[in-house]
Design a protein. Sequence first.
Length: 490
Amino acid sequence: MESTIPDPCPGTDDIHREARPAPDRADRAVRVEAHGIDHIPDRERHGHPRQLFSVWAAANVNYLSLVIGGALVLMGLTLWQALAVIVVGNLFWLLTGVLSVSGPAAGAPSEVITRALYGVRGNRVNNAVVGWMISVSYFALNLAAAATAAFSLVEMAGITADTGVKTVVVVAVAALTLAIGVYGHGMIMKLYLPITLVLAAAFAVVAFGVLTHADFAYTPAEPLTGTGLWAVLLAGVTLVGAGPLSYTTSADFSRYLPRTTSAKAIVGWTALGGFLPSVAVCSLGALAATTVDMTDPQAGLQPILPGWFHPVFLLALVLGTIAINALTAYSAGLALQAVGIRIRRSLSVVADGVAAVSLTLYGLLVSDFLDTVNNVLQLTVVLLGPATAVYATDIVLRRNRYDGPALMDETPASPFWYTAGVSPAGALALTGGVTAAALCVNTLYTGPVAGALGGIDLSLPVGMAVAACLYALLQRTDTPARRAGHPSKP
């Protein structure tokens, strides 16, 4: 059996290892994680699903959420319309939770589990685009957000933030982020509870300042109505929903849990960990936009926060963004391995960081940051929505039964080789969903469906519905796939 496993552990044969004394955990916080995309044997599984709450909570108390919340009001929504959009958009965290249940079932990361969806070769293309490219793009967006806060700290120290200084700051923040990603799963599990507590305390002070100044009766001078209102509401849901939908890799952080861990607990702790802080921070951004200018959240919030707290607030923004980006870098590293590049996981994380830093410097020094955020987040759901739908549908059809060791087999003998290494069902469903979404999009360009509807962007619901329906239909009618471990097989 040949497999792309760049991080081999001594005695990787599960049968032989079961007969040996248990070694130290391969993902201890004090050392670089030994496992990459290889299978995690049952004897190395540990932990409790409640640990997932702090992982996702720490990652969602961040600057980008403030930006998005403020952007909803800047787009012309009333306060209560913006808050409703924030709640609805964050309901997609339920899907993030659903995808995470496949980790303990397979003992493998999402980047490998999706071989069951797309085939061994088809999954390499999926990981190159949906996995690596989009992860690096999000890394860059979040790194840019952290860097803008760090620039302000540098200015407060009396140093002019010219191009050279900005470059140094971006590289320094990226280095801190990558250090967590390189150490891997154990370090993430160790650090994220204290990070969550620190960020919660900092944002409690922000909440006090915002709530005492917010205009709860806020409406724009010219309220939106009719088609214009619906267009902005749906664009807002897409903007908010892009966050949870970007974590099609949530199984990466649950795969060390014991196989017998409750699926409901995994879904619940993951979804709550993402939903609660994201709703809270996005809402703070929207509330603040009713009284200050949130086109520049740092400068806008400064008058309503205690003077002594401003540098603390900036440090909290940097810390929160490091937390979310460490997860992104970690998954991007696994995606690079799953593409077929034989490189150690730790080195793949560094490679992702180099690419992200380059994109970040472009986003900060060349283009408008807020426009970049809006365009990228809305456009990526054209891919992320259908990809999430196909993955979730497979989990349901397969009843979350994944053969982890079989997923490691990348030869034509693999049960997930399908047709020339590609699953027709997965490939056609994803292509159909992305095509349908692209016809409905209204962001960098206006698709024909959006144009006919007066600018209403239905790319998210349409793309997901088409992908899910196509996948379910094609899987149930694909006889060769059924012989090779079809999801409906009892």
